[in-house]
Design a protein around this ligand. Sequence first.
Ligand SMILES: [Zn+2]
Length: 286
Amino acid sequence: MKYPPQNSAPPDAGARRSVAPVICYPIETLPPRPMEIYQKARQDLTKVDEVLVAPREAGCFSAPAGHFIRMTSVEGPQVGDLNLWNAHDLSERFYSGKTRALHGTHLSTGDSMWSGFPQMRPMATVSFDTLDWYGWDADGGSVHDVIGTRCDPYTNQVLSGTEYHHCCHSNLTRALAQHKGLDLQEAEAHVHDVLNVFMCTGFSLDTHQYFMKASPVRPGDYLELFAEIDLLGCLSACPGGDCSTGHSDDAAACYPLLVEVFKTAPGALDGWWSPDVNTYSRRHGL
Ligand SMILES: [Zn+2]
């Protein structure tokens, strides 16, 4: 919480506050992703892999460029924390902050998940979202946010003074370590801010603090991504379950999450191209 203001407002405070906001990053000039190709291609898919992520654990999966990834709620309402990497170079990974700056606080169909610098390109694009009907609720909440980070044992340690080892950060770390044969510290360095799949969140209207509320997800709901480049993904079934109460202990009811990877029919992606890395020269003025 902030201190009450120590300075009185100037006479023209109202005028200063009432200037019109300007969108920081208008996306009209972003190279568009060919959504019409994705919408057609997703009508005829063949499953090539699936991973059932256990509650309070995480699971890794691979999705070659041009494949679809479907993350589905099974058994009960459950949110997931998703990390994405370039399958051939873990240093290229999902950049939640820039994705938020471009597409807003929550993602749905048509929005891309961008990688960080210097590659900065679409890694995946949301191709279908069964919760797209939710929109914005009266609290200012919505689903699939890129404003949270991931629940983690460090923040929990500071806030509660207790150790908890099944926060999404640790789940992602263990799963990546196992999948890539890395030691824990090495793997931890690759874990990054997530896409909060199915999580219902926002900023409170009074204090603008990050809030969560019970996810509207129900078994059968899914969020589907199109892999724009060869991807390694890792999804954690958050210890918060539907995130209606807490998220860093064993109190909540937790359920598995199903990840399925699909290939498309021959020719279905004709006209699609995998995005190249960013063309900035990297000279930075020198
Ligand atoms: Zn979590």
